[in-house]
Design a protein around this ligand. Sequence first.
Ligand code: FAD
Length: 322
Amino acid sequence: MGNVLVFAEHQKGKIPKATFCAVTAGKELAKKSSGECYAAMLGSGVEELAKEVAGCGVSKVFLVDSPELEHHLADVYTTALAQIVRANGIDTVVGAATAAGKDLLPRLAARLDAALATDVIGINDDGTFSRPMYAGNVTATVELIGTPRVISVRTTAFDAAAKEGGGAVEKVSVDLTAGLKCMKFERFDETKSDRPALTEASVVVSGGRALKSAENFKNVLEPLVDDLGAAMGATRAAVDAGYVPNDLQVGQTGKVVAPQLYMAFGISGAIQHLAGMKDSKVIVAVNKDPEAPIFQVADYGLVGDLFKIIPELREELKKLRS
Ligand code: FAD
């Protein structure tokens, strides 16, 4: 018997797809360990969101609704979650390996003196977990000793849980004093964009060092991104060169994406970049070097100069639309 608690992340009054992917992982783990799958929703004015998660086949959502939880502060959230875990006989805490999850879950593991596995991509029948190592070149099988234990799951490895009714929402009160002593919310500087979020978009158009400047990202790549209603991504080389902000980085040390369509322009295909996009359903690569490693993972490859090909592609798209 092993009960599971899924951390239900929310952003700007919405539940991101990542949370529903974590719910799928939580339900799978609970089923394999003959336990219940619960969720925890922390925030301020989030009861409706808690009901939404409860409708995804979890047994119950523990809701802590307090003005002090309005902003995601890892220490405050850790304080609340640790109490829910201890009070409800939780065996495993599951969260998505998002920025918030990466901030919170290691602290929670430390607070609970629990073993932690990050970026889990598989839940095995024998109670072990699979997770990538060395930029995805190796898949490790890990066993977490003792309980409670904490895992973060790679969202591209689990489908989003569908609505299927069910669970209740139970309001719980916790003592946040310890967490509030450590952290205070100052401000949140948000990158504003009308484009879809990189990790949620069905089409991602990425550029590499070959774009050569921030102006070329803006004037050459961005119009294609917008024609396709896509999210924009980039390599670390492009980020390090200052062409685009680092929240657009795809790869081992950036975001992991698996859209329906991933288009790579002027990207060599280093393993660290592939680690973040190789699970995309269809990969299109444009590179002037026919030997570029990106072609080994591409479904469609075009050898040529991106500065010539992108305008031609936009022209063809325009024709298709009219
Ligand atoms: P390059 O490797 O320089 O490739 C540029 C490509 O553009 C070449 O293939 C070239 O043929 C092509 N090209 C040039 N001009 C044109 C043109 N006009 N038209 C078409 N093609 C053209 N990288 C990531 O992306 N994400 C990560 O998360 C990441 N994490 C890392 C973590 C570690 C620990 C390390 C060591 C590295 C990491 N890297 C990461 C860096 C990675 O190793 C590569 O250096 C990087 O991905 C290369 O970026 P790039 O493809 O843009 O540049």
